[in-house]
Design a protein around this ligand. Structure first.
Ligand code: GRF
Length: 211
């Protein structure tokens, strides 16, 4: 049987959003290369012009661009939301994958890609939504945390959960120990959860993004 990568034209096209390091993006690329994640990256977008995720895309010859987020330090302007939706639709993306994207998506991205925006979050949702979830777990003196792959909806880390992985917190752990242990778990969970999600997706055209 041919490997999934023998037919690149038929693989679901992913649009990636990230703001920083992009280690999860790198893991997804490795899984695609190894045939464990039958998908292809069509375009990488970032709100941060210096993000390493853009450099990773450049190094692999993957189309990538900075999207001007607007003036607010955390928000993503209406023009930026429109630009993300336009660029991913023009690139023929079936699914958006948020791999460390630090701004909230709104319409038209949410409506154009309804049920097709996947995120990785560093906690066992619904516990510790929002920023620096590993620090929240540390400050709450939790004995366990984890990571969650979920769909993005209009709330903050409230969308349907696709998969989770548990991570222990040991006495004496620093915030950084917790963060690192969560990331190791993310790198296992994300490619597998995304593969399962893509496998269950209706064929493009039946419920795909708005053309
Ligand atoms: C990950 O911990 C993810 O859960 C969170 O942002 C971080 C991104 O890390 N949303 P990286 O950019 O993939 O290295």
């Amino acid at each position: 049987m041919p490997a999934p990568t023998d037919f690149p034209g038929t693989l679901p096209r992913l649009g990636i959003l990230g703001s920083g390091e992009g280690s999860n993006f790198g893991i997804l690329l490795d899984a695609m290369d190894a045939g464990r994640l039958p998908a292809q990256v069509a375009l990488v977008l970032s709100d941060n012009p210096g993000a390493r995720i853009l450099q990773r895309a450049a190094a692999r010859g993957i189309p990538h661009a900075w999207v001007d987020p607007g003036d607010h330090p955390n928000r993503f302007s209406p023009a930026a939301q429109q630009s993300v939706s336009d660029q991913f639709r023009e690139a023929g993306c079936a699914v958006i994958v948020c791999a460390g994207f630090m701004r909230r998506l709104k319409n038209p991205v949410l409506s154009d890609f309804a049920g097709r925006i996947v995120n990785i979050h560093p906690s066992l949702l619904p516990a510790f939504p929002g920023r620096e979830a590993w620090k929240q777990a540390f400050e709450a003196a939790a004995t366990e945390t984890g990571c969650t792959v979920h769909l993005i909806d209009a709330g903050i880390d409230t969308g349907p959960i696709l998969a989770q992985s548990r991570v222990p917190i040991y006495p004496g752990d620093s915030i950084d120990d917790i963060r690192r242990r969560i990331q190791t778990a993310e790198h296992e969970l994300f490619p597998a959860a995304l593969r399962d999600f893509l496998a269950a997706l209706p064929p493009a055209g039946e419920s795909g993004p708005k053309p």
